[in-house]
Design a protein around this ligand. Structure first.
Ligand SMILES: [Zn+2]
Length: 683
């Protein structure tokens, strides 16, 4: 195996470097979330961190990395002899793949051996491996929900707990959580966001010289990894030593009352939730002082700590990206005036730290680069396009006004107020991740029966197992009190609950919709369905079509917030390439099937069905619909046609897609509930 890329050789990324180093100095800081586009070496840098972490002393042979000085009382490999001598090993960086199974993360209990051999056979998972080290999740925003729940539990308790049929194992699991994500692919749940001590925004440098240096070093590394690593070994060793020195100094660092009050003032001013922000900022300030070889926290430490610890904790609209207004920060950091201070002026929310502001000093001062690490980007706004000339493709006859009443239509029409929608489920029984939409075989649902266990038993059906074994007790020569169990007796529970699905919206944003002033109502409807999807723990995606083409505005994600933001900014107008929209949906589902094969899709097409653009637009849309239907994807068409002249094209499209059609009015849960048509609805 060739040498890993050295930590010190990474160009730029000063904020990330500092955040990682501070965590190495003081694990109490609580990890880092790295946000930014792909291809910024953020993963390389995180992986290189492992080499910079001080060694840990462990009990030899313990699979749970017990500290010989204070072994875990509940250690499954314990109890350990208190007199035992520890061995030192390198701190681990354990990677959690986003698609990992629950067993892989939390460990697996072999229930068969527990029952038939009476031994507690537990195979430790990644949480055990990461204890006293780093748990790294690349693309943490794509992590499955059930893994997120496990992770949050472990992070909150500092222990991991696995239980099956009354047999349980518990072990210590304290780790630094480091995650990277591309915000374009979806945001994190707020609870998970809060679990990261610090956040850092990274972007590739726009500075040509720095970019050239990145490439130069990368090429040198690829040509000869070992020689390259050897060239940087000195820097890495110096850094590791400095971290170790800072760690030793940590206990001696004083946080003066004035600085503690400054921290409290800043956190209060940014209206963060709870006290975690104050704690993390305090710990980060202390780590910073130690890192700089000082024994007292300064105002500058507090400022720098706040920049790292607060952006993701500031109370904000769900649609805002994390960020911190530096002017506001400096205002809050200022020493209080002697006279009673007036309330700080409420400032309009900024777009996050201004790239032109003063960047925090470099972590180690070794490379003069700046800027690349803290370039924050303003939330993306779709360019507002002019409305199309109405009446280019069909006569816009506005019959009944929309329920929401019409302002003049604009490029980005505001959505009508969301409402509770009916439940539209995918037919059949799936096996997807737990959720609240469609019927599914799940681990947590109610037991509906039992079956002979095939492979490893996940959920034992005790009564059925005892019944199966009872028949053979005489033949097996049972004499004592205990039941003689064999592998073949084991029955597992068949459980049924509900799964979350992938709800892929395919929304018509063309002129034929805008012309009828329907867009406000349409956006309100899609927003309502999005909120419903959030509550049902679905993934959502958004394809829109207008003008010449269709685009995937929101790749499938668990972040409904981004979906709502993209929807709000959606411009309308132009022709209606329904076929292109459906083909884009088809492609999106194909990719998603590879990523998350058990998650069944529900395609929600929102249109009036009046395909235009191209010679055979209607024929194209029908062919695309049949192609999509052939993949077995469930679908629903929301018919947006209104006015006295109705063509019923959406219904025909629904026929091709093999799914039901509903009108906008029929979406609401308390709307025309009796009118069910052929909808497979469980409202
Ligand atoms: Zn142990």
């Amino acid at each position: 195996m060739s040498a890993a890329y050295p930590f010190s050789a990474i160009v730029g990324l000063a904020d990330l470097r500092l955040a990682l180093v501070l965590n190495a100095v003081s694990p109490a800081v609580g990890g880092v979330l790295v946000r930014g586009e792909k291809g910024t070496a953020k993963s390389t840098m995180v992986r290189a961190l492992a080499g910079q972490l001080p060694e840990v002393a462990v009990v030899p042979g313990c699979r749970f990395s017990c500290d010989p000085a204070s072994p875990d009382g509940q250690c499954p490999d314990g109890p350990h002899d208190p007199a035992i001598a520890g061995t030192a090993r390198a701190a681990r960086l354990v990677e959690l793949p986003v698609g990992a199974s629950e067993d892989r993360l939390a460990g697996s209990l072999d229930i068969e051996r527990a029952l038939t051999e009476g031994v507690k056979a537990y195979e430790p998972g990644l949480l055990a491996a990461a204890h006293r080290g780093v748990l790294y999740v690349d693309e943490v925003n794509l992590l499955h929900d059930h893994l997120v729940d496990l992770l949050l539990d472990a992070a909150a308790m500092g222990t991991s707990h696995v239980e099956r049929e009354g047999v349980s194992v518990r072990h210590a699991a304290r780790f630094l959580l480091v995650g990277t994500m591309n915000p374009e692919e979806g945001e994190l749940r707020p609870q998970l966001l809060d679990r990261f001590g610090l956040t850092v925004e990274v972007a590739a440098s726009r500075e040509p010289r720095e970019r050239a240096e990145v490439v130069r070093r990368r090429l040198a590394y690829e040509a000869d990894p070992d020689a390259f690593a050897a060239r940087w070994a000195h820097e890495d060793a110096d850094l590791a030593e400095r971290i170790l020195r800072a760690r030793t100094l940590l206990a001696d660092v004083l946080l003066p009352d004035a600085e503690l009050e400054r921290i409290a003032r800043v956190c209060a001013s940014f209206e963060v939730d709870g006290m975690r922000a104050d704690l993390v900022t305090a710990r980060t300030s202390i780590a910073l002082a130690a890192w700089h070889g000082r024994t007292e926290v300064t105002a500058e430490d507090v400022r720098q700590a706040a920049l790292l610890a607060l952006p993701h904790r500031r109370r904000r609209n769900p649609f805002d990206a994390p960020g911190l207004d530096e002017e506001h920060l400096d205002e809050a950091l200022r020493d209080p005036e002697p006279e009673p201070e007036p309330e700080p002026e409420p400032e309009p929310e900024g777009d996050g730290p201004d790239g032109g502001g003063s960047p925090p000093p470099d972590a180690d001062g070794s490379d003069g680069s700046d800027g690349s690490g803290n370039a924050a980007r303003a939330p993306e706004r779709t360019e507002a396009a002019p409305t199309s000339a109405p009446g280019t493709e069909d006569a816009p006859v506005e019959g009944a006004p929309t329920a929401s009443g019409g302002g003049r239509e604009q490029a980005a029409v505001a959505a009508a107020e969301p409402y509770r929608t009916r439940l539209f489920a995918v037919p059949g029984v799936g096996q997807g991740a737990a959720g609240r939409r469609s019927r599914a075989r799940t681990a947590s649902g109610r037991t509906t029966g039992s079956q002979v266990a095939a492979g490893r038993v996940a959920r034992l059906h005790v009564a059925a197992t005892v019944r199966a074994a009872a028949l053979h007790q005489k033949a097996r020569g049972r004499t004592g009190a205990g039941l003689l169990l064999r592998r073949a007796d084991l029955r597992e529970a068949v459980r049924e609950g509900r799964e979350g699905n992938l709800v892929l919206f395919v929304v018509d944003a063309s002129g034929s919709m805008a012309a009828r002033k329907r867009m406000r109502a349409v956006k309100g409807a899609v927003l309502s369905l999005l909120l419903d999807a959030y509550q049902r723990r679905d993934k959502v995606g958004l394809v829109t079509f207008r003008g010449a083409d269709a685009s995937l505005v929101l790749p499938p994600t668990s972040s409904v917030e981004i979906g709502a933001a993209r929807l709000a900014a959606l411009p309308t107008g132009g022709r209606t390439p329904v076929g292109a929209g459906l083909l884009r949906a088809h492609e999106t589902l194909r990719v998603e099937r590879l990523r998350d094969p058990l998650r069944r899709p529900l395609v929600v097409v929102v249109t009036d069905g009046r395909a235009t653009g191209g010679r055979d637009a209607l024929g194209e849309s029908r062919r695309a619909a049949r192609l999509l239907a052939a993949t077995g994807a469930a679908s629903l068409v929301v018919d947006c046609e209104s006015g006295p002249v109705r063509l019923g094209l959406a219904a025909r499209l629904a026929g091709d897609l093999g799914g039901p059609v509903v009108t906008l009015d029929e979406l609401a849960a308390d709307g025309l509930a009796g009118l069910v048509r052929d909808v497979r609805s469980v409202a």
